[in-house]
Design a protein around this ligand. Sequence first.
Ligand SMILES: O=P(O)(O)O[C@H]1O[C@H](CO)[C@@H](O)[C@H]1O
Ligand SMILES: O=c1cc[nH]c(=O)[nH]1
Length: 236
Amino acid sequence: MSIHIGASKEEIADKILLPGDPLRAKYIAETFLDDAKCYNEVRGMYGYTGTYKGERISVQGTGMGVPSISIYATELMQSYDVQTLIRVGTCGAIQSDVEVRDVILASTSSTDSQLNRVTFGAIDFAPTANFKLLKDAFETGQKKGLQLRVGNVFTSDSFYRDHAEELHQKLASYNVLAIEMETSALYTLAAKYGRRALSVLTVSDHLLTGEETTSQERQTTFNDMIEVSLDAAIKN
Ligand SMILES: O=P(O)(O)O[C@H]1O[C@H](CO)[C@@H](O)[C@H]1O
Ligand SMILES: O=c1cc[nH]c(=O)[nH]1
């Protein structure tokens, strides 16, 4: 047991998918895993363990934002010895050639979160995906015929902000693909604990055009992202 996860150590696999939305965790467990059992309901942040293609794997909701994912990622690595962590999240696109429902593999993440500043002071730490996880996810996506995008995403501490367009333009001009709220912390913490991490993100809305998916779609229908992530997870 850890403070926010009510499971015994052996109830959680050493590979885990991490959606922000706990109901996406439930959907993944019920749709993709065999013999899935719920191991956590603390704070309604559902966690399940089952098997995928015969390999044991877990899926745990993390909530929204850096503080929330930092709690779950830390407890999963510290108390449950999880080795492979793949975020399966949603993001808002800021490039005109990135479309709603596209899947992005975040090779790195920029951020306005203070997490790295508090840890590193004046040094700009570069949070980075695990290369083999990224390669395996990319190759799996290619085999499925997906047009995967790989690049820099921005992990924002704010979903709503004043003068958002100015920030989006600036980030887009430096080739940042999309905005979300957790990847930077996941990569930094995985580096700290010497574990493998990757963020696989589906574009749920377009911040230039205003196009968006429904909340029902966000909760359930991002199956390409989930399959790419599960297939990469069981290879690592
Ligand atoms: O869909 P999830 O994984 O929650 O990810 C995105 O959605 C939330 C904002 O709506 C933030 O957590 C952001 O990172
Ligand atoms: O953090 C997020 C997630 C989806 N869309 C956004 O605009 N931001």
